[in-house]
Design a protein around this ligand. Structure first.
Ligand code: DC
Length: 223
């Protein structure tokens, strides 16, 4: 079984995907983490993540692997565990820029497909239902008002000890939405057959219950 959960930053995808995977007893792949790991390869070399020629050259040298662990996914860049460093604030916009290059996207999509053919899994990202796995058994597109998404991200960053302002997070989020939605290959977009779920006024647990009920209902009517 393959479940695709797509949507913009801060819509709750990773939290919901993680909890739903646990509930269903299947794996969870956070594909955003793979783009975050990949761009570190460029940043470590002092390269501009927005430069296409550099991305095309580096993409071939990048290998990203993942491992499930009790405290969530561990992500490795060419064998180095980058799970903590890739969450740094500077990496978010850089990952968005780097992910716009087709060479990078094709590489990551191929790795994601390799993982998904072997197991029952939930993948969360921007283009899983439209591009990576258009034949997924279930497709959901999570959204929320941008103010709410920025509020959640501000809270998350403050909990990590970062001194951030809501207005700055909101502005950066708008910019990242624009970036992710406007790239040429596999932009952030709801798949036509995906179910849209607005998470603005719900907790992650409520959304998990809603998706689990939908999946169970559908599987029952099919059997
Ligand atoms: O989900 P996230 O914020 O960790 O993702 C970081 C960036 O990676 C995001 O701004 C766009 C890119 N990304 C992508 O292009 N496709 C995906 N499937 C997942 C993430």
């Amino acid at each position: 079984m393959v479940i695709a959960i797509d949507g913009p930053a801060g819509a709750g995808k990773s939290t919901v995907a993680g909890k739903l995977a646990k509930k269903l007893g299947i794996l969870h792949l956070d594909t955003g983490a793979m783009y975050r790991a990949a761009v570190l390869y460029a940043l470590d070399r002092g390269c501009d993540p927005a430069d296409g020629a550099t991305a095309d050259r580096l993409a071939a040298e990048i290998d990203v692997t993942v491992q499930s662990s009790p405290d969530g996914q561990r992500t490795f860049l060419n064998g180095r565990d980058v799970s903590a460093i890739m969450r740094e604030h500077r990496v978010s916009k850089a990952a968005s820029d780097f992910s716009a290059h087709s060479s990078v996207r094709l590489k990551m999509a191929a790795l994601q497909r390799q993982i998904a053919v072997r197991v029952d899994i939930i993948l969360d990202g921007r283009d899983i239902g439209t591009f990576v796995l258009p034949d997924a058994d279930f497709k959901f597109f999570l959204t929320a008002d941008i103010e709410e998404r920025a509020r959640r991200r501000t809270l998350e960053l403050k909990e990590k000890g970062r001194d951030v302002q809501f207005a700055d997070v909101l502005r950066e989020m708008e910019e990242r939405d624009r970036n992710d939605s406007s790239r040429a290959l596999a932009p952030l977009k709801k798949a036509e057959d995906a179910i849209a779920v607005d998470t603005t006024r719900n907790t992650a647990d409520e959304i998990v219950e809603r998706l689990a009920a939908y999946i169970k209902g559908k599987l029952k009517t099919e059997n």
